[in-house]
Design a protein around this ligand. Structure first.
Ligand code: FES
Length: 222
């Protein structure tokens, strides 16, 4: 039962004896200003945070396009040294989308990692696994040298010195009608086990593979 002693408050500010109230006004000017200030503040905050959030989250959902690119015949690649090949990583943007891969024939005497149809030719990425500078193969020393902070990799792309956190990334390769084709990039740990691509500076041995999860990618890989 409603309490007969309880009085319902009028919705008009004038009836509630609020100083400065106007006839027919239902909201105080102080409250109106508060609502307006909060609304403008919310819009301004969203204008700053939404683009930043989108910028941070977009790469997670990026779909990486890739194709099998022919880079030469099987006879073009010896096992004793690397051949330098320009490949297209991001099509449609000209030279900016190109990169260099170092390619040689697999040598069973030194390439002890698991063998399958995708590593009969070893293709190493030229991106340093410290901060991403391009490494250069020095055939006399059988080393890959990074000019930025002195990173050194051995003949197989394993870290031999300096700050890089993992071996050089690799590319899938395959032989198709006598041609060597290069496919998508993958990362490797110190046992040369394959992982989906990680960014430079992200170690993937031990807990590193969980601390630096794979980039989200829906593209079908070999
Ligand atoms: S980027 Fe190669 S050592 Fe730093």
């Amino acid at each position: 039962m409603p309490d007969p002693h309880r009085q319902t408050k009028s919705k008009y500010t004038a009836d509630r004896n609020i100083p400065g109230a106007f006839e027919g006004e239902t909201i105080t000017r102080r409250r109106l200003m508060n609502l307006w200030a909060n609304g403008v503040g919310g819009v301004a905050a969203a204008a700053f945070t939404l683009p930043a959030l989108g910028f941070a989250l977009a790469p997670i959902f990026k779909r990486q396009a890739w194709t099998w690119q022919p880079i030469g015949t099987t006879a073009d690649f010896p096992a004793s040294t690397y051949m330098t090949k320009v490949i297209t990583l991001i099509p449609g943007i000209g030279e900016a989308g190109n990169s260099i891969a170092y390619v040689r024939k697999r040598d069973p005497a030194i390439d002890k990692e698991h063998e399958d149809q995708y590593n009969q030719f070893i293709a190493l990425s030229s991106r340093c696994m410290h901060l991403g500078c391009p490494v250069r193969y020095v055939s006399a020393a059988e080393r890959f040298i990074c000019p930025c902070h002195g990173g050194v990799y051995d003949f197989r792309g394993m870290v031999a010195g300096g700050p890089p956190v993992r071996p050089l990334d690799r590319f899938y390769t395959r032989v198709n009608n006598g041609l060597v084709e290069i496919g998508p990039r993958y990362s490797v740990n110190n046992e040369l086990q394959r992982f989906s691509p990680r960014f430079p500076g992200e170690p993937i041995d031990g807990v590193g593979q969980f601390l630096y999860p794979a980039q989200f990618d829906t593209a079908q890989k070999p």
